[in-house]
Write a protein that binds this ligand. Structure first.
Ligand code: WT7
Length: 659
């Protein structure tokens, strides 16, 4: 990268605000600086975390802490045995915490249920007995296709308890997506519901399952023997005798006692499908002991968890990795009290999230930047109607959080005092990899900052040389970690090729661009496939978006690199303006103002060729902006596959705006 361009594009480097921990927070913090020194020997560090945080039916021997003899297929704690569900449930009850609330569940229509650890343990024991009665055995795959209701958590833990493997499929996915996931894993059972609630309406799920289980185009029958149906909406359902069973009927007939058996640490725990750059979704495979160790450690240290006092809320759905690691396994392994919420943030009113924070006195909130920016757009008067004083720590995940959103999150939601931890990780990493430790780290808005203790990362160029400070490069993980994926289900070659071949078999290539600043802090620059090249200069979409969003007129922005005859690629931006400001400036004026603003913030090289004012951005159901589709628009191509969009109409709205 040319030297002057590095100066020009480094808008984020101008972010000079620093937030050192308060003395009060630091003195009471779970995390300590010493953890970093201990983490310098990752094998010893993770071995000691595994022993300290989990109950092992059979302890692993120190020599078997890590087996890296066949990279990239790691084995952690290989001769140890444990039961994941026992670790999340029974042991807390046996330790005298059976009366502590594990789960406060809030349904979208306003119904709610709470479960203590004793109650949740009983529910999971019953469900485990039910699965066994249905012939599900260790290693069998169970698909879970549910709304965010307690049975989702209970099902996952019941599958784990009997040593089987769950594959949770987000309830917003189509029949075709569900079918391909069921078929890929040869699932024997599907756990679903008649439906769930979203945006004030009951949406059906069971018909989607019925469709997914029809014989395929070749007339081949599904591998699924039974469908367990939770009654949620009481909507009409078609019934397939012998195959379909009501959860409530079956669960009433099973024993409430169940003894958790020990399984090997490397027993597979779950498969979770995630889309790659091309082709069909990859079934990312995670295993038991290493995964649980790292999610428990990170949940405790990164969220400063005090299980006796805190009320923790991750807004993620269990259909995503955040829901696995930081709704189910991390919090429950740590004996936390947590909130889960079925519905959308704006139903029945735009203050719903804040109402929930007030109702349950949530102290730790973990959410995505896209949600935060949406709230920014709506204005601070909405959260300000609620008592948010219980909040003492805020987390962010899923995409780079721009400094403006970070500061707004801290100021408006966190009352100007809470630390905000930006956590970088992936479905494939299983647990948090890069994050500040609250109480230890001086926070920088917009930077994910440092690898957690026991993790070794680097930022390298194409030739695997560590980049200089402030230079962009590729993020890699250079030492195996306990919660790393153990493979892609049924496709070991693809696993090696996708993640472990660019720099050899012992270096994990994350697919993200990053930059390390002069303090050694990491700034994520977005997927490398979203990095643009304009006149030979590398520009990050995240960086330009950050500049756009820093303008008071802008609520949200997405930037793509569109091919350009002269410059290779050109910057094309799609911007949603704030409601109040939108009328003030006509669209033409607004785009001229914003082009100038980016040029001013970053440098002329980054000035967008076009800034389109739009009313919506295409997002996946998990809230990720689908830049691929915007690139299609920007390049005047026919718009590609829109099936994973949350709202499939968005693209025609955008195209029409541009005409
Ligand atoms: C990709 C992984 C991690 C759970 C949710 C997403 C992006 C994730 C951050 C962050 C910048 C982030 C990366 C990564 N990402 N967290 N804090 N800052 N980027 O999991 O669907 O597997 O996506 O999300 O690009 O590669 P995922």
């Amino acid at each position: 990268m040319a030297e002057n361009s590095a100066n020009n594009i480094d808008n984020l480097l101008h972010e000079a605000r620093r937030f050192p921990p308060s003395d009060d927070f630091a003195n009471a913090a779970v995390a300590t600086r010493e953890l970093y020194a201990q983490g310098e020997d990752p094998v010893a560090f993770w071995g000691s975390q595994a022993r300290g945080l989990l109950h092992w039916h059979t302890p692993f021997t120190p020599e078997r802490t890590l087996d890296w003899s066949e990279p990239p297929f790691a084995k952690w704690f290989d001769d140890g045995e444990l039961n994941v569900a026992y670790n999340c449930l029974d042991r807390h009850v046996l330790a005298g915490n059976g009366d502590r609330v594990a789960l406060h569940w809030e349904g979208e229509p306003g119904d709610s249920r709470s479960f203590t650890y004793a109650e949740l343990t009983t529910e999971v024991k019953k469900a485990a007995n039910l699965l066994t009665a249905l012939g599900v055995k260790q290693g069998d795959r169970v698909a879970i296709y549910l709304p965010l209701i307690p049975e989702a958590v209970i099902s996952m833990l019941a599958v784990a308890r009997i040593g089987a493997v769950h594959s949770v499929v987000f309830g917003g996915f189509s029949a075709e997506s569900l079918r391909s996931r069921i078929d890929d894993a040869s699932a024997v059972l599907v756990i679903t519901a008649d439906g769930g609630y979203r945006k004030g309406k009951a949406f059906p799920l069971k018909p989607t399952v019925d469709k997914a289980l029809e014989p395929n185009a070749d007339g081949q029958e599904s591998t699924v023997r039974n469908v367990l149906v939770v009654q949620r909406t009481k909507g009409d359902v078609d019934w397939h005798e012998r195959r379909d069973l009501w959860w409530h009927d079956e669960i009433a007939q099973v024993d409430t006692e169940h003894v958790a058996k020990a399984f090997p640490a490397e027993n597979p725990l779950f498969i979770l499908y995630t889309s790659g750059t091309t082709g069909k979704p990859k079934g990312i495979l995670h295993s038991s002991g290493g995964y649980l160790t790292q999610v428990a450690f990170t949940h405790k240290a990164v969220f400063d968890l005090k299980p006796e006092e805190d009320v923790y809320w991750s807004t993620a759905d269990v259909g995503w990795i955040t829901g696995h690691s930081y709704v189910v396994y991390g919090p429950l392994a740590n004996g936390a009290t947590e909130v889960i919420y079925e519905g959308t943030p704006d139903t029945p009113h735009p203050g719903r999230w804040w109402e929930i924070v007030e109702k349950y006195k949530v102290s730790i909130l973990y959410a995505a930047p896209t949600a935060i920016r949406t709230f920014m757009k709506l204005g601070r008067q909405i959260p300000q109607e609620f008592d948010l004083s219980s909040l003492r720590l805020l987390g962010s995940v899923g995409e780079p959080i721009n400094p403006e959103a970070w500061v707004w999150y801290r100021d408006v939601i966190g009352g100007g005092t809470t630390p905000v931890v930006d956590t970088w990780w992936q479905t494939e990493t299983g647990a948090i990899i890069i994050s500040a430790l609250p109480g230890v780290t001086t926070l920088k808005p917009g930077s994910a900052q440092v690898p957690i203790p026991g993790i070794a990362i680097d930022v390298v160029d194409e030739r695997f040389r560590s980049t200089e400070a402030d230079q962009g490069g590729l993020l890699v993980i250079t030492h195996p970690w306990p919660s790393m994926a153990r493979g892609i289900w049924g496709d070991p070659d693809r696993f090696v090729e996708t993640y472990w071949s660019k720099f050899g078999r012992t270096t994990y290539f994350a697919g993200d661009g990053a930059r390390r600043d002069r303090d050694g802090d990491i700034w994520l620059l977005g997927r490398v496939d979203d990095v643009m090249n304009v006149s030979g200069h590398r520009l990050s979409t995240a960086e330009i978006e950050s500049a756009l969003v820093s303008h008071p007129m802008v609520a949200e922005a997405a930037v793509v690199g569109a091919s350009d005859e002269t410059t290779g690629q050109a910057v094309v931006a799609f911007v949603i303006t704030r409601a109040s400001q939108a009328d003030a400036a006509a669209a033409d004026d607004a785009s001229a103002v914003l082009r100038a603003h980016v040029a001013e913030q970053i440098g002329a090289i980054a000035r967008p060729r076009e800034v389109h004012i739009v009313s919506e951005l295409p997002k996946t159901r998990s809230g990720k902006i689908m830049r691929r589709l915007l690139r299609d628009v920007a390049e005047g191509r026919e718009i590609g596959d829109t099936t994973t969009l949350a709202d499939t109409m968005v693209m025609s709205v955008i195209s029409n705006t541009l005409k």
